[in-house]
Design a protein. Structure first.
Length: 317
């Protein structure tokens, strides 16, 4: 995929000569999937480059700025750096922690339930909220769920009705790969990327079956008899993903929260109550004290078709 600088320079054509380029991240200075963007800016004759933030990647880390200055280009840094860091949170986490940024989405009733006592869940929130979720999927590299949700809902996990052709990767965490081989995910595995994260002890026959359907299989370690969610995110980071959108279910959501891996939290609350015998949005967290509860900072709140969407960010220790 071409980097933003190259796309902008192609669009500007001869008008790039003597112009100022504004970039959120330091132009790269090494040959990866594309040639160095710093060289492209020099070749285009840009006179000034304003950079929001330096690139922490050791392959760049100031070398792009040095290359621009060596070519006589005026370089300024730090403009809107906080905003750039927010927007590049996924990339920055892959560099610092080796994992993608994770957004957890929870859609529930006013009293925090995601299904009735019989398991009925479609639809708690309205059409406008579901469209908003599709837009959120489109802004991430991958959509992730747990095996229980895959079995119960038989979802597609794709982006629909937005005119988008490139789909996010669909990721399912399933320790034993006990997923329906005739479900929607299986039937579409050759058309829309499907990655299955499983325990190393998964049955070889099931591994072969899913590979034959076109899925990518990623074995990871277990922790307390379940997939180690930290290891799972590390594997996704190594595979090149920077932004993951998790849509549950309750057990997976609780595991991610307990592990401190939820960077952003999006909630959709509908104006109905289902009661204590309904299915909760989160599995057990094992908390004995309020002081142990993970807390998030509210960053956005608005009405979406009669449902309330609230957005939160992790409060770092």
């Amino acid at each position: 995929m071409r980097h933003a600088e190259v796309v902008a320079l192609d669009q500007a054509g001869p008008h790039a000569q003597g112009a100022t380029a504004y970039v959120t991240l330091e132009p790269c200075s090494h040959h990866g999937n594309t040639p160095p963007c710093a060289d492209a800016l020099v070749k285009a004759g840009v006179a000034r480059v304003v950079v929001a933030m330096a690139d922490p990647n050791p392959l760049v880390a100031g070398k792009g700025l040095e290359r621009l200055r060596a070519a006589g280009i005026e370089v300024e840094t730090g403009l809107c750096e906080a905003k750039a860091r927010h927007d590049h949170a996924g990339f920055l986490l892959t560099q610092s922690e080796g994992r993608p940024m994770l957004t957890l989405k929870l859609a529930n009733s006013f009293d925090g339930r995601i299904a009735t006592m019989t398991g009925e869940s479609r639809w708690i929130t309205g059409a406008a909220a579901r469209r908003e979720v599709h837009m959120m999927r489109a802004r991430h590299d991958a959509v992730m769920i747990g095996a229980a949700t895959a079995r119960a809902d038989d979802p597609m996990l794709d982006v629909r009705a937005l005119g988008i052709t490139k789909q996010p990767v669909r990721v399912v965490l399933s320790r034993g790969l006990d997923l329906p081989l005739g479900g929607k995910l299986a039937r579409s595995a050759r058309d829309v990327p499907l990655w299955l994260i499983h325990a190393k002890s998964a049955e070889p026959g099931l591994i072969s079956a899913w590979q034959g359907l076109g899925a990518r299989l990623i074995p990871v370690a277990q922790k307390a008899g379940q997939i180690d969610v930290y290891a799972a995110l590390q594997a996704l980071g190594q595979a090149g993903l920077t932004r993951v959108f998790c849509e549950g279910g309750g057990a997976l959501a609780a595991s991610l929260i307990s592990a401190g891996l939820v960077d952003r939290l999006v909630g959709f609350s509908a104006g109905l109550a289902l009661g204590a015998d309904a299915k909760p949005a989160l599995g057990p967290l094992g908390l004995e004290r309020l002081s142990d509860a993970p807390r998030f900072r509210l960053i956005g709140l608005r009405d979406v078709g009669g449902d309330v969407m609230h957005q939160w960010e992790c409060i770092l220790p």
